[in-house]
Design a protein around this ligand. Structure first.
Ligand code: AKG
Length: 297
């Protein structure tokens, strides 16, 4: 395996602490399969002591190995495909004109404004309020779902086409994403009270977990998430992407859209996201997960 050359290595900072850019350089080379002796040579050429270099590499290698075992996706060299969403401006989504607020590429994240009207948001809340129960997450050790402290909200679902409003929302999302309605999971409604939150997580399924394997049988991997905000939250409740240092403030009728699966079948660990604790007021969202293949639950 070819090592990144000395020319591409970070500027030298001889010291007893390893500068962050050198930590990244070592980690990148380890992921690419470079051997220690080559990395030590480049570090020594850049002014580091040989013993210090070997020690630093062994520490980064041990940490990288732990990440490889615990979250293998973090070490995937993911390249996003072209984003499916129109890239800017006002666009027609079936029966409604929406506005693309911002678009990030690779990872592919966007804000859709005006996806639902105020009345539609109020109607979704009204239809859901009577049938909420404690939210669950995909079980790790068994097929199905389980209650978890990862997520402290109440929720409910609407089957595809369950009523006229759900049908309209699904048609808009299918038009925007260019993915048939049949690839969508049931629309999930979540309600967070003050203190309610959803800890950082990925929406794609882990094939090395029993629950993930079972979910993958229902239409393949999830490829897109659209989280639509049904109300304004007075304080807290942002959707955050820690890897991207991005925070989206809930605004009624707007939606955050993100893709995390490419044509090579890889998933994008940078789409780690969280629902931050609601501080004041409450938070209602409607989440649509879209699969690679038609979904059958
Ligand atoms: O509450 C949020 O803002 C995020 C919701 C979420 O992560 C999800 O539904 O997968």
């Amino acid at each position: 395996m070819t090592i990144v050359t000395a020319a591409a290595a970070p500027a030298t900072v001889p010291s007893t602490a390893l500068p962050a850019q050198w930590q990244d350089w070592i980690a990148n080379n380890i992921v690419q399969g470079c051997i220690d002796v080559d990395m030590v040579r480049v570090m020594v050429e850049n002014g580091f002591e040989p013993v210090f270099s070997a020690h630093a590499i062994s520490v980064v290698r041990a940490m990288t190995e732990r990440v490889r075992q615990q979250v293998p996706g973090m070490l995937t060299d993911y390249q996003a495909d072209a984003i499916r969403l129109p890239s800017s401006g006002r666009v027609r989504a079936a029966d409604r004109e929406v506005q693309i607020g911002f678009v990030l590429r690779n990872p592919n994240v966007a804000l859709i404004e005006n996806l639902l009207s105020d009345d539609e948001c109020a109607k979704m809340i009204q239809l859901s309020a009577g049938k909420l129960r404690r939210s669950e997450v995909v079980a790790t050790e068994q097929a199905g779902y389980e209650v978890s402290q990862v997520r402290t909200s109440d929720g409910t679902h609407f089957q595809r086409g369950e009523n006229a409003l759900v049908t309209r929302i699904e048609a808009r999302l299918a038009a925007l994403c260019g993915v048939p309605i049949e690839h969508g999971e049931p629309l999930q409604i979540l309600h967070y009270q003050p203190g309610g939150r959803y800890l950082p997580h990925h929406d794609y399924f882990e094939s090395d977990q029993i629950g993930g394997q079972a979910s993958l049988q229902q239409g393949g991997q999830r490829i897109i998430t659209v989280v639509t905000y049904l109300n304004d939250v007075p304080e807290g409740g942002d959707t955050t992407f820690p890897e991207l240092e991005l925070a989206i403030k809930p605004r009624r009728g707007c939606a955050v859209y993100f893709e995390y699966h490419n044509h090579a079948g890889q998933v994008d660990p940078r789409c780690l996201h969280a629902g931050e604790p609601v501080i004041r007021g409450e938070k209602w969202i409607a989440t649509k997960w879209i699969r690679k293949h038609p979904y059958h639950g």
